[in-house]
Design a protein around this ligand. Sequence first.
Ligand code: SF4
Ligand code: SF4
Ligand code: FES
Length: 835
Amino acid sequence: MPMKNMVSLTIDGKQVTVPEGTLIVNAAKQIGIDIPVFCYHPKMEPVGMCRQCLVEVGRPVIDRATGQAVLEADGSPKIQFGSKLETACSTPVSDGMVVIGTSPKAVAGRKDILEFLLTSHPLDCPICDKGGECPLQNLTMRHGPGQSRFVYDEKMHLAKKLPLGELIYLDRERCIQCGRCVRFQDIIVNDPVIAFTNRGRGMEIFSCSEPGFDSYFSGNTTDICPVGALTTADFRFEARPWELCTTASICPHCPVGCNLSVNLRREARANGEVVIKRIMPRQNESVNEIWICDKGRFAYHYTQSKERLTQPLVRRDGELVAIGWDEALSYVAENFVHAGKNFLALASGRLSNEDLFNLSELANGLGGKSALYTHMAGGDLVAQVGVGKATNLSDLGKGSVILVVASDLKEEAPIWWLRVKQAAERGATLIVANPRHTKLERYANQVVRYPYGSEATIVLAMINTMSAKQNFPKAPKFQQGGEAVKTAAEAISAAENLIVFYGSEGIGLEASQALAQACANLLLATDHVHKVNNGLIAVWPRANDQGAWEIGYRPLSNLKEAFQQYEAVYVAGANPAGDDPSLVEAIRNAGFVVVQDLFLTETANLADVVLPAQPFTEREGTFTTGERRVQRFYPGVVRPEYKPDYAITAAISKLAGVNVEAAPLRIFNHLTAKVPAFNGINYRLLAQVSEQWPIIGRSDLYYGGTSYANAQGLGVHLSLPAQTPSLAWPQVSELNLPESMLLAVPVTILYDRGRTVISNGLLHQRIPSPYIELHPTDAQRLGFNDGAQLQFTMGDVLAKAKLHVSDQVPSGVALVPRSLGIPINSPTIIELTVV
Ligand code: SF4
Ligand code: SF4
Ligand code: FES
């Protein structure tokens, strides 16, 4: 990128040099001068609507004849101040500019604007959720008039408790019409579901979507609303901001790893316990900037659910009964030792790096095996050609290409969707390859369609299209694709940077491994590996799947066999029987099964011993994001009666005679010494921060909103191996089904019936009942109407679902959302009948 010219100016007597085009408000921020704003937000273009940022601006007088600055008698440049105040949020700096924000004229201007804003503001701070962290309240105290000259009865009185949707409430009286919320929805996330209506003092926000405020990002508007007009249904009237304490955390719901602040309060109605009152974003400009999705914000109630397991259970006479920890752990250890090499630890990417490392140490110590519970593969390739140090999606723009294949990013990893959208808007070439329309396509330069089952083939076809010109072996047997493949291949060949996201839309374990290999080949063939802002990213179903692969975990091809084959199976953070009821018999008949989880899941119900674990909010640890960034999370709620996964495993290991650490720092140090990708990383490095832009989180909440500044660590990328791997062509089998058959393919949706989502009642309206989607021609051929209740067999299970007819679905397939009550993890032929 070309370097911008630098310009120097003076603000309130302080010199600053900034790039040309910088706005006065941001130049001031860089030297610690806060110019109050309401409508301006550093993540959005200025609109100059509120006039709160008025300043006096002077510019050097230029002699027309010579083009030189006119000088005063003392040799300093002569400065001409405008007769009117100017808005610091929309005025770019210029060389020699003099800005005064503290003059009586500027101060009076701000005071007047505040007085106008308050003419119709209820000033109900004592009962307002924003009170205590409200820019309007703070600025009124600092700049506002002590008394109003307006007659109270002339205030506009408007609706005070208006649900814009089930998650966000609007208090219309409090709205100062800054437009931040509308612009966020419109420009940043392109969900224009709220808008202004009416004019003047009567201007109001309303929701123009059905259902109301239909956006995955709605909660962010409550952070950037500079008053208490927008509040979340979750936090409304729940606590005052000054009563809250905060702990730093990482979102556990998807591979993005958004940085969070967990707000807590000790309260009487929870019997004096500390409880979580809300989840807020924490700034990490390389991960989530200052945003989080609504799932990350609202799906935390499961951590304090009354249904959580409270003590170990053991099966006696066929029933699970409560026992003490000591007894449970001894019993478990005894059986694990007995199993020896027939011991299997089956864990998911829900667990932290420390948990997973301890589990694999135990398995190794016993001579057994550890395996990953997942429906998606390819993490071994991501570990070799994934993204590394200094990679930041925010740096992608013109010259970069992003390929997203087999993933509906908005559903699977909403903040990645947002960041890819923004990269496309900055000029990056976006190629979306998917059998059906997804919401990312709106920003794509090229859309590549392929039939479900041909994910890897289409990527290999791209390589073959290029191989005529470039020097690498052709993928065996794959012919050049159509025009779309050719155009995509040309863009990829010419790309300065290439990031490839691959997901598991429509595929299972085996096909996702083939797809990952095809994508890795594409990166290798075009020399886009081991460079900043290049590499492969897997859109994993869980937060720490990549960490598990990096530590050495691999999935098993046949779980049924595994439960029969191993004498003892230690299942941690996974619910195979819930996801696939056809495993129930195998688990029931297995030798010795221990389940470590938060809830009495379907699998726990079949276990010999059940051990209660702790959620991410109660313990510390690290997750590795899909971008291979290791990030630390900290305990918020302290519950000594519970144990984190790593500690339970350590206690069992001790009894089993296996040497395993019990403290997270020591576990992490062992992990980093043993696993090369983690070499050199330590907790201290993970906790390091450097200043980020925009500067947020200080007392000037009017600037960036209530997102928290990051004082607890920005995380560190894992390293990549020194050698790049060589090309290896995947085994790809195409699905050639007769037309009369219907292939059910799994897709992922954000709000599913998983425990994390379902335990917040506020989200229930967003969780669909089980459904499948068919193309109209298939529905017609089969004689089904939209909305019909259908039934079909999936594995050993008889499933029921409502029919959605949609022309976005390719014909010949039935889309089946994962985790919605229908047990699907890979493509399956189904026969539908009406109930
Ligand atoms: S609701 Fe808040 S963010 Fe939206 S226009 Fe009103 S004051 Fe601004
Ligand atoms: S995008 Fe993913 S990591 Fe970020 S808040 Fe949403 S669910 Fe959590
Ligand atoms: S006009 Fe500058 S902040 Fe609103």
